[in-house]
Design a protein around this ligand. Structure first.
Ligand SMILES: Cc1cc2nc3c(=O)[nH]c(=O)nc-3n(C[C@H](O)[C@H](O)[C@H](O)COP(=O)(O)O)c2cc1C
Ligand code: SF4
Length: 430
């Protein structure tokens, strides 16, 4: 295994990292004190920029750059933390929320100081009941120690953290839909530009960051940008928590140095496949990502290497499918998810998702035709790239990639009028 010291998950399973005494005894809130005492807000932004930290929420946008986009025009600024996490296959933020809320809070406070925010809003997925409870208790403890509120840790910096619970819509993870949701409006993505940096929450300059992104900030403060930048590839550095699921022996969240191979991730961290099985397809970056295959196992797990394979790292959810998986069925499950979660504003997403789901369900049920296959092979260009937000563009990548790589498996569903891998079907044709 590539040598590496985890930071976000260190002590997990051995210590109660949600206990403020435990957290402080291990140096917790030292990074916040250091930032408030020794660094100007601009110096914190510079340090995070120098680390090359890229947002862990999906798009991989450089965090320091995002912070430096805020206009210096005297309007109040907001920091919003995105803990909506509903991407298929992703379960890292939930773990951080439930097990390590204090490093999230410390990261939020430092980030808010850096951008000179007026308020922090922590947006928590509605289904995360336990995470909400743990986070709220941790926040109460932090407040009682003077790290949240007026004149934090004896400095001139004052700020509060407000909790906002979602109501179970995947689209509210998209940052502008999330802002609408906080404002009490329908959770629908906004047209961009303007971007949140200029017109975000209540029309004010806003930064939206992912849970894992902010949780990394305290370590950049204490260990330095150079330490962070030295882990993994130059453009994709740092530790990353990857949620590995599917046909592996040890599914779970693993903190890795970016840049290790997919093979190392699957074999060394996740325990490899079941005996006698081979990799058939892997989604490397959640439900929205195109598949890679057995021949791609030596690809690095980092933003650039996966982009070179025409897929993406996304939120860091790796779903492994071995040679027992029916890719028509896997595609159907994913397309159904995107169809159901569409907010309905864009015709290609709203109508396209519904029709593609019907087509794939028909194939899966053994009722598809050659004409259905022809439509599926050409529909990508009319659905992808024609929507307001990336949800509509997430309908086709996995389906198109496996259809291109395994055309015979799709054709066999038509020819045999059933799945060639199993006798049964799971969903009747629409
Ligand atoms: C449909 C959709 C769902 C998303 N869900 C999440 C989510 O649950 N959590 C998250 O951090 N980002 C999510 N994103 C990405 C956010 O829009 C945004 O890029 C991210 O929160 C920015 O944080 P970062 O810069 O720290 O990565 C989603 C994007 C889309 C299009
Ligand atoms: S792409 Fe889909 S989810 Fe996104 S705004 Fe359009 S209809 Fe809504």
């Amino acid at each position: 295994m590539t040598p590496f010291e985890p930071v976000l998950t260190k002590g997990l399973g051995e210590l109660d990292l949600a206990d403020i005494d435990v957290y402080e005894s291990r140096g917790g809130f030292g990074a916040l004190r250091k930032a408030l005492r020794d660094l100007t807000p601009d110096a914190v932004v510079s340090e995070v920029s120098a680390s090359n930290l890229r947002g862990r929420g999906g798009a991989g946008f450089p965090t320091g750059k995002k912070w430096s986009f805020l206009p210096k025009d005297g309007r109040p600024r907001y920091l919003v933390c995105n803990c909506d996490e509903a991407e298929p296959g992703t379960f890292k933020d939930r773990m951080l929320l439930e097990k390590t809320p204090l490093q999230i809070i410390e990261g939020l406070l430092i980030s808010a100081y850096a951008i000179q925010a007026k308020e922090i809003i922590m947006y928590i997925r509605g289904e995360f009941l336990e995470g909400y409870r743990v986070f709220k208790n941790a926040l109460d403890a932090v407040r009682s120690r003077g790290y949240v509120g007026q004149k934090i840790a004896g400095s001139d910096f004052s700020i509060d953290i407000l909790l906002h619970r979602g109501a179970g819509a995947y689209i509210c993870g998209e940052e502008t839909a999330l802002l609408n949701s906080v404002e009490g409006k329908r959770g629908e993505p906004r047209l961009k530009p303007p971007f949140p940096a200029n017109a975000g929450l209540y029309g004010m300059p806003t930064v939206v960051n992912n849970v894992e992104t902010v949780a990394l900030v305290p370590y950049i403060m204490t260990r330095g940008a150079k330490w962070f930048a030295s882990i993994g590839p130059e453009k994709s550095p740092g530790p990353k928590i990857v949620s590995v699921s599917g046909h592996v022996q040890r599914p779970g969240n693993y903190e890795i140095p970016l840049g290790i191979s997919m093979r190392e991730l699957i074999d060394e961290y996740a325990g490899g496949l079941r005996p006698g099985r081979r990799v058939k397809a892997i989604q490397p970056g959640g439900g929205s990502s195109a598949a890679i295959f057995e021949e791609d196992l030596d690809t690095g797990y980092d933003y650039e290497s996966l982009a070179a394979k025409r897929t993406m790292l996304g939120s860091g959810a790796v779903v492994v499918m071995d040679d027992t998986a029916c890719l028509v069925r896997s595609s159907m499950t994913l397309v159904r998810f995107f169809e159901k979660e569409s907010c309905g504003q864009c015709t290609p997403c709203r109508e396209g998702g519904q029709w593609v789901h019907r087509l794939v369900a028909r194939l899966e049920a053994g009722e598809g035709t050659d004409a259905d296959l022809r439509v599926l092979n050409t529909i990508n260009t009319t659905i992808t790239g024609t929507n307001l937000c990336p949800l509509g563009d997430s309908i086709m990548p996995f389906l198109s990639s496996v259809l291109t790589r395994f055309p015979d498996e799709f054709a066999a569903h038509v020819k045999l009028a059933r799945c060639p891998l199993s006798a049964g079907s799971s969903e009747s044709a629409a």
